[in-house]
Design a protein around this ligand. Sequence first.
Ligand code: NAD
Length: 360
Amino acid sequence: MTDITVSAHGLNTAIRAILAGAGSHEREQKLVADHLVLANLTGHDSHGVGMLPNYIASAREGRHRVNGKAELVDDAGALLTFDGGTSYGQVVAFEAMEIAIERVRRHGVAVVSIRNSNHVGRIGHWAEQCAASGYVSIHFCCGFANRTLVAPFGGTDARFGTNPFCAGFPRPGDEPIILDFATSKIAAGKVRVAMNKGETLPEEVLLDAKGKPTTDPKQLYVPPTGALLPIGGHKGYGLAFICELFGGALSGGGTWTKAKLGRRVNVNNMFSIVVDPQRLGGRDVMAEEARNFAEWVKASPPADGVEIVLLPGEPERQRKKKRLADGIPIDTNTWNEVIAAAESVGVPRTEIAHLVGVIL
Ligand code: NAD
């Protein structure tokens, strides 16, 4: 079987059917499927439907809650503390941002912490949700799976996760600026995708279990496992550290310690600040300054091999446009895992084939 290319709509319908098989009600099916397929559309296959097999295994084994919600455990008006109760992060973060947006309308700002959510996926999704309401946002995220993934600057073994940072800046009349990245040199999911495709990694992103550089993606997944390196040397490591403190220590969700190694849960914690620009410099000033600055920056003569200088968020929009038109490519290993997940919850491969519109 070769890699397949599927339409976003067909893929979305199939993912909903699998989630339904695992017990999710319609709203949860929609929130999770929309999130995963949008991650694929924007080119972040690491956070797309390839995550589903893990989610389904976790749901079947009762490691996270199906049909749960974001519980507002402390409500101080503009200061909100949510407990995700291990529910789907795509539901928890969506609901938390919904309430935050309502509070920003009232107070001009909302400071939000989410603890104990399941995986919240592509963090840009949450900045986009805030930007769609006209609000600026920043997000610091950290989490626990069964093991650590990233080495500290100057260290040789993994001590924390890929701790993503994200900031969103709406531009009235134009697309928002969305900066969204893992603080490891490469997102762990992208190592999984490379391994599934049989590809090697760039130099200087991964250490093997002995702390030596390697380009073999299996070194992150097949024991004894190695460690990803943080972006930007000591500065990126510092940002990862801050994500752990803001996301994990401030929220009460907790930070990595030896005691957490081997736990069979995938928990994310996130600290977000959402602001109405109208209550600061004003929306019109903000829009004009953002437009002028973007034009000024994009006018920089492109370097050799570069077509055009892009803004944060532009590569995702370009990929989304292309994949909406041409379809979403999915590698064979990932697709086989998705089919196996479907069959594990009683959805036959023939039904998936029918829903996505391909012959399997
Ligand atoms: P990445 O390395 O592709 O960087 C993405 C950011 O850089 C985006 O803001 C993008 O617009 C910008 N960018 C990329 N190329 C650009 C260019 N040529 N010019 C200008 N800007 C450019 O992202 P990543 O580190 O691989 O992260 C992938 C995703 O993984 C993110 O959505 C992140 O939120 C997610 N993630 C989630 C978790 C979690 O636990 N939930 C953990 C890690 C990462």
